[in-house]
Design a protein around this ligand. Structure first.
Ligand SMILES: NC(=O)c1ccc[n+]([C@@H]2O[C@H](COP(=O)([O-])OP(=O)(O)OC[C@H]3O[C@@H](n4cnc5c(N)ncnc54)[C@H](OP(=O)(O)O)[C@@H]3O)[C@@H](O)[C@H]2O)c1
Length: 473
């Protein structure tokens, strides 16, 4: 965490859905890690709320367990007590929101909606009815709607009660240090911005691959699929940061203006340039894994995609004609989020290589997770009497260059919301534009193709990118 940050002003933190998996896996660990770094608000309660009653003791134990299991910093009793002393639980029964109001101690609060999207509207109306809008900053999880009409409806429900400046829409990818570093890489180094355009760049590839399947979340995933779960949000957000114009200044609205302007130039998906896939049984890391249709709570005739590859174009002066390949999938060979920028080849090559890939043009790889590194591939002369060339790599690794362990995305996002900084949150207009981009394929999807678990998706995805090749393959 940067230590130039202002101290976090007094406020209560309310987690509606405070017993769910997001609260346990991410939110309590993030609050604990903030407590370790002394970044919790100067004063204020931490209030968990859910419909199922729970004693305060049981709730503290639930939070403590999650901290022990998932916090970045190891468990320390003194740091835990800084959370425990503030923690309380409110049951959301008939008098729930009235009791919630009584539990609060500060005029300002962060309210985290960690509940199913279908309950967002009701929760916001209940906050309003109980006088809890003024002083609230609302953190809201993705997915924001499940298509353009439902996103518009949800937006209206929120905007009927709250001002846009009070709404912090989370895309947790934006909280990752490596994603923020794209901005520093582009706008902090004079070298790259000069070649960041159609004159020098041949194509761009962004892959978000997971080796996991859907685990026990079959009914959740059946409502979502890869297009809604990853393409509409994470992939388009990364793309907008990677390709937007330089903002007029580095304040939140200037950056968000440029991201939105970029998304306006992205052409809506064309089903002829989209490949949808669903994994069948296969092997990952030597272990046999189930196919999607064998997962719990998935119907035999499910048409939900677990893989999407798409070719998109950005219709502006900087990027016209540069193909952009987006790809995401579950049950891929390993977990990796990476960007690959392929540069144009030299106009005429003088050098021969000893095998075909020796002559690959320059490329830049931005690895977001789990590896956090940037590497640039260039050709070098192989030592010896003749001129023979081979690609070599220059690389920068976060781990090797910075001794401090980066904060988790949720730590950063919760902290920014408490400070009222919206830079890393998605503005309403960007969310709507992202839905407009994917909507044609939601309305009229291309056929669903099989791919074996442990592979990089259907073969048709390779044809989509030809004559280029996926960097991860
Ligand atoms: N889990 C993750 O890692 C993850 C990642 C990204 C985004 N998200 C998003 O985060 C949200 C929560 O997901 P989750 O996985 O934590 O769900 P979950 O495990 O099902 O937990 C939902 C929580 O909300 C409460 N709840 C459910 N309906 C409610 C209602 N109508 N009013 C008030 N409380 C209600 C539940 O307790 P009661 O049933 O007792 O009320 C529980 O505390 C979802 O929007 C999801 O899309 C989750």
């Amino acid at each position: 965490m940067p230590d130039s940050r202002p101290s976090t002003p007094a406020q209560d933190i309310v987690i509606i859905g405070g017993t769910g998996s997001l609260a346990r896996l991410k939110l309590f660990p993030a609050l604990y890690d903030l407590a370790v770094d002394d970044m919790l608000p100067a004063k204020g309660k931490i209030v968990g709320a859910a419909r199922t009653p729970m004693s305060e003791d049981a709730y503290r134990e639930l939070a403590r367990q999650s901290v022990t299991l998932y916090a970045r910093n190891g468990y320390d009793e003194e740091a835990w007590q800084r959370i425990a002393a503030r923690l309380t639980f409110v049951t959301l029964d008939d008098a729930g929101y009235d009791n919630l109001r009584r539990a609060l101690t500060q005029p300002a609060r962060l309210v985290y909606l960690a509940i199913p999207p279908s309950a967002f509207g009701t929760a916001v109306r209940a906050l309003s009815k109980n006088g809890l809008i003024e002083g609230t900053r609302l953190l809201i999880e993705k997915p924001f709607g499940r298509d353009l009409p439902s996103a518009k409806k949800l937006d209206k429900e929120l905007r009927d009660e709250l001002d846009e400046s009070q709404i912090f829409r989370i895309d947790h990818y934006l909280g990752k240090e490596t994603v923020q570093n794209i901005l520093v890489f582009r706008f902090g180094n004079s070298l790259f911005e000069r070649v960041w355009n159609r004159d020098a760049i041949d194509h761009i590839e962004i892959t978000v691959a997971e080796s996991e399947g859907i685990g026990g979340r079959g009914s959740f995933y059946e409502e979502v699929g890869a297009l809604r779960d990853v393409v509409q949000n994470h992939l388009l957000q990364i793309l907008s940061i990677l390709t937007m114009e330089p903002p007029s200044s580095f304040d939140a609205e200037s950056i968000r203006d440029e991201k939105e302007k970029l998304l306006r130039a992205v052409q809506p998906l064309d089903k002829m340039r989209v490949v949808r896939g669903q994994y069948t049984r296969g092997r990952i890391d030597g272990h046999a894994v189930k196919g999607y249709l064998d997962e719990a709570a998935v119907p035999d005739d499910s048409d939900i995609e677990t893989f999407v590859a798409a070719r998109v174009e950005i219709d502006n002066w900087r990027w016209a004609g540069v193909p952009i390949y987006l790809r995401t999938g579950k049950r891929m060979p390993y977990k990796a989020t990476e960007i690959e920028i392929g540069f144009r080849d030299v106009p005429r090559s003088y050098f021969g290589g000893s095998y075909p890939h020796d002559m690959e043009p320059n490329s830049l790889r931005l690895a977001i997770q789990p590896e956090e590194e940037i590497s640039f591939s260039l050709l070098a002369k192989v030592p010896g009497p003749s001129i023979s060339v081979k690609p070599v790599t220059m690389s920068f690794s976060y781990e090797a260059s910075f001794s401090a362990e980066p904060a988790e995305a949720y730590e950063r996002l919760i902290l920014d919301a408490m400070l009222g900084d919206p830079t890393l949150f998605v503005r309403s207009d960007s969310v709507m534009r992202a839905w407009e981009i994917v909507q044609p394929v939601l309305d009229d999807p291309p056929p669903l193709l099989d791919y074996r678990a442990g592979t990089w998706g259907p073969k048709e995805a390779d044809k989509l990118i030809a004559p280029d090749e996926w960097h991860l393959r």
